[in-house]
Design a binder for this molecule. Structure first.
Ligand SMILES: Nc1ncnc2c1ncn2[C@@H]1O[C@H](COP(=O)(O)OP(=O)(O)O)[C@@H](O)[C@H]1O
Ligand SMILES: [Mg+2]
Length: 368
């Protein structure tokens, strides 16, 4: 299997968070972003993530992305994909629709863009995947699978739209003490079709992910633990059509669709027990890291290019020994372009020397 090359060459930010105007050029291999706290290291990774996925990883709403003193932001990114130059321009003006241009042509449908420029991010916030609600884990699945497949993304968009409409309909039945069989069936048919596609992708993804995840976990942790990920979905036990029929009375009472792929979840286990309850911080961090690296591997296999890897404050997350192991991993040929943030120049310099790295770039922010 031959894996193509993919990297960012240059990025220009205008009013993106703390950057009023700033440009950066990158190495096609390792990029270290160094600066004190609050200098914009994470924001720069977020800008890269944004240009790959047209969304911020950290701000759930675009309203918070423009610089506090501005009502718009712009990101211009020069990518290189299998040696082809690609220019992406993303413009956002408050109260207006966001504009995405690829090589000067406007992108009308997100699903035709997402997945072209694959990207995986590892940040300290990832622990919400373990500690947070199911919604966080579903977002992980959705972001990964949307990069995998435009079929997934378009079905997800349909599902979410129909789900909202069906819920509004159930509420209006309840409020007006009315019922319209034919109309409900129209929504059901559409919901069922998209749910089937989503469930199939998620099931298949977790099946493929598990062995890769396991290998990484062992490599990094070298422990005796057995770790596992299970995909919990009502649809594992019952066909979605039967589920919708079975739940109809309940849904009408609750005025919403009580079960479906929107209630799916993942369970993370360590030695058969919930990781959330029994995992030490080190085990939880290793688990998350292995999960993200497995996500990287699958994305690479699917897209046949090296995804960009964004590592935010990874040095703070782990002890020196594990950092060095991970560093050896990502330094190998299995990885492409990598961005690493850190507060100290000295640790980075010793990593560079110890690993005899030649292809790298150090970006210094602020007065460091
Ligand atoms: N929309 C925004 N406009 C201006 N500044 C912002 C915006 N969003 C975040 N910031 C600022 O960016 C800084 C944090 O940047 P961050 O990338 O998290 O720093 P680092 O990762 O280097 O610690 C904070 O000072 C924060 O106030
Ligand atoms: Mg940061």
């Amino acid at each position: 299997m031959s894996i193509g090359s993919f990297h960012l060459r240059h990025i220009k930010l205008t009013n993106f968070k703390n950057y009023t105007t700033r440009e950066f050029s990158f190495s096609d291999k390792l990029n270290f972003i160094v600066g004190n706290n609050g200098q914009g290291k994470t924001n720069l990774l977020d800008a890269i993530y944004y240009s790959c996925l047209t969304k911020s990883y950290l701000s759930t709403n675009d309203l918070y992305v423009p610089n506090f003193d501005s009502n718009f932001f712009r990101i211009e990114t020069n990518f290189s994909l299998n040696s082809d130059k690609q220019l992406v321009e993303i413009k956002y003006l408050k109260q207006e629709k966001k504009e995405i241009k690829l090589n000067s042509s406007v992108i009308e449908k997100q699903s035709t863009y997402i997945g072209r420029f694959p990207c995986v991010i590892i940040t300290p916030d990832d622990n919400s995947l373990i500690l947070g609600h199911g919604e966080v884990r579903r977002r992980f699945l959705d972001f990964t699978l949307s990069q995998f497949s435009s079929e997934y993304l378009s079905n997800l968009m349909t599902y979410n739209k129909i789900l909202a409409q069906r819920n509004a309909l159930l509420k209006s039945f309840y409020d007006h003490r009315s019922f319209d069989r034919a109309l409900l069936d129209v929504y059901n048919t559409s919901l069922i079709a998209s749910a089937r596609v989503i469930h199939r992708y998620r099931l298949d993804f977790i099946q493929q992910l598990t062995p890769i995840f396991d290998t990484f976990y062992r490599q990094i942790f070298e422990g005796y633990e057995t770790s596992s990920i299970t995909y919990d979905s009502e649809l594992n036990n019952i066909d979605i059509e039967d589920l919708i029929i079975k739940n109809e009375d309940q849904d009408r009472k609750a005025q919403r669709t009580t079960q479906g792929v929107h209630t799916d979840d993942l369970t993370f286990l360590l030695n058969g027990y919930p990781l959330k309850k029994i995992g030490s911080q080190g085990q939880q961090k290793t688990f998350l890291l292995s999960l993200k690296l497995a996500q990287f591997e699958l994305l690479k296999k699917e897209k046949l290019v090296y995804p960009v890897l964004l590592l935010d404050d990874i040095f703070d997350k782990l002890d020196a020994d594990r950092v060095s192991k991970i560093f050896k991993l990502i330094h190998q040929e299995a990885f492409g372009q990598v961005f690493i943030t850190h507060t100290e120049t000295s640790n980075i310099e010793s990593l560079i020397t110890d690993n005899q790295i030649i292809n790298y770039n150090i970006i210094k922010l602020g007065s460091i």
